[in-house]
Write a protein that binds this ligand. Sequence first.
Ligand SMILES: C[S@@+](CC[C@H](N)C(=O)[O-])C[C@H]1O[C@@H](n2cnc3c(N)ncnc32)[C@H](O)[C@@H]1O
Length: 227
Amino acid sequence: MLLTLRKTIRDLVFSNRQLAQLYYSVSLSQPVLPHWVGADYYRTKSSWELQPHLCPCDLELNEYLQKHHIQNQSIFHFGTGSHHIVGLENQNLEKPNEILAITASVPEHEEYIRICRTNRQLAKFYKVIWNDIYTLTPHSLPMFDVVSLFHIGEFYMPEEAPFTHHNDESLVDLFLSKLNPGGKILFYTESLGWGTAKKVIESFSNQGKIKKLETYKHLLVYGKNFS
Ligand SMILES: C[S@@+](CC[C@H](N)C(=O)[O-])C[C@H]1O[C@@H](n2cnc3c(N)ncnc32)[C@H](O)[C@@H]1O
């Protein structure tokens, strides 16, 4: 009974963005999805700390890079979190990778700038841009050896379409066009958007555009079919 009541209140709050914003303001917590609070509120208020029990994908990416001795390569990373653990771990490699990462969160980007000001080596190999990933185009991206698209399906908002270039399908297409021969594109099976992501991946796989190479913990690793 109590659980049903709590769920009803929660559903009511999250069906109205102003109520959802109010909820986050008074609870001093941060929104997890922009759909609940609107893109602008999400971008200015959200900030994701490292929470391995909830979201181990960045740690697993670091492990995967180590396991395969991936160094001195070009990497794109979707979703930095405020911890910036992918960039910080990369810095310790003998030959660090060149990482281009993106966050839509202003606090996460501010944290990147704050860390860079004291850790002067970080920006040398880890560049973080603040933007909506769906605004990226072939002209704004170099070629990559490894691409992490862990949050595909999680944050796409159709209402933002006038301000962006892509949806989830065309975003995967974009990054496939930016994959070097032998390159790898990685997905995360525990993301909140996995239902959507899975369909996109299956569709690309059925069209013969990608092939599965391996699974590493909660990560799926695909290669591009160049034939
Ligand atoms: C749940 S957090 C996960 C962060 C990190 N990958 C981790 O597992 O700890 C989601 C990340 O995706 C980023 N993000 C959300 N929507 C985005 C968008 N439209 N464009 C770029 N980044 C976005 C957020 O800013 C945040 O860094």
